[in-house]
Ligand binder design. Structure first.
Ligand code: BV8
Length: 228
């Protein structure tokens, strides 16, 4: 049984990580779509650094929740038959025990050098323009995929969706592409599709089945069902 799981901000909500749409997409009065763009970074790098430095710092104060732990248990049983794709840039899947996580929108704990294009592990602030540990040039930016930028791992994701028997979308509003289109691609390639979300997402009608409620309850129950 080949499974592809896609997670969004909703899976980290019960860990205390705010989602994009709960704060109606605002941060310090900025719309996320206005901060998470290369144009915003070029125009006002310090505002964008403050946005990501604050979220990177906040990682220390949150813990994985039962939904993250259930997906790690699923990986233990399914191994390479499970591909976990996340839109999240937090490290809660890893801290919950998942070892193979595809961060299609990048990660807070990584920095990207605009000079040498290296992706380097990073846990400190970037707002003081530290030099790249690889090339020494002070051009490190958050290693995050902004609006208008190309997500990571699209080939691997598309291959997995084409082979999947089951596609499960957890805690995402289905508002952002290409992630929001994965359900149709998987379904067209013969996968059964399931949505686990607090409330019906924008694409809920595209799924064979949808269950609504907190991920911390729905995901462990679904994992138990699958592993039975
Ligand atoms: C691309 C990283 C081409 C940054 C993010 C016009 C101009 C330019 C582009 C476009 C355009 N029109 C459309 C586009 C494409 C654009 C797009 O989709 N825009 C939207 C606004 C229409 N997309 C892009 O630009 C992407 N790149 O298209 O490149 C391409 C395409 C294909 C192949 C190759 C190249 C890049 C988009 C990536 C942007 N970066 N994040 C950061 O984190 O700061 S997006 C960000 O918002 C998240 O990563 C996530 O992906 C997205 C949506 O957030 P969600 O995770 O869904 O969270 P949200 O708050 O929305 O929803 C939470 C859900 O959880 C809710 O449904 C809620 O009910 C539920 N929930 C809450 N609590 C719980 C819960 N569920 C369960 N339990 C709970 N307790």
């Amino acid at each position: 049984m080949k499974v592809v799981v896609l997670t969004g901000a909703g899976i980290s909500a019960e860990s205390g990580v705010p989602t994009f749409r709960d704060a109606d997409g605002l941060w310090e009065g900025h719309r996320v779509e206005d901060v998470a763009t290369p144009e915003a970074y070029d125009a006002q790098p310090m505002v964008v650094h403050r946005f990501y430095d604050a979220r990177r710092t906040a990682l220390a104060a949150v813990e994985p929740n039962p939904a993250h732990l259930a997906l790690a248990r699923l990986e233990e049983h399914l191994g390479d038959d499970l591909l976990l794709v996340t839109q999240n840039i937090d490290d809660l899947h890893e801290r919950g025990g998942s070892t193979r996580v595809l961060h299609m929108h990048g990660e807070l704990r990584s920095a990207l050098c605009r000079a040498c294009r290296s992706r380097v592990p990073w846990t400190e602030d970037l707002g003081d323009f530290p030099p790249c540990p690889r090339c020494g040039v002070a051009e490190l930016r958050p290693d995050v995929v902004w609006f208008g930028e190309v997500p990571y791992g699209m080939d691997e994701i598309q291959d997995a969706l084409a082979e999947a028997d089951l596609f499960v979308s957890i805690g995402t509003s289905g508002a952002v592409y290409p992630a929001a289109g994965f359900v149709q691609y998987a379904g067209r390639n013969g996968a059964r599709t399931l949505e686990l979300n607090l409330v019906p997402s924008e694409g809920t009608h595209l799924f064979d089945e949808a269950r609504h409620g907190p991920a911390g309850q729905l995901v462990p129950a679904w994992a138990d069902e699958l592993l039975r």
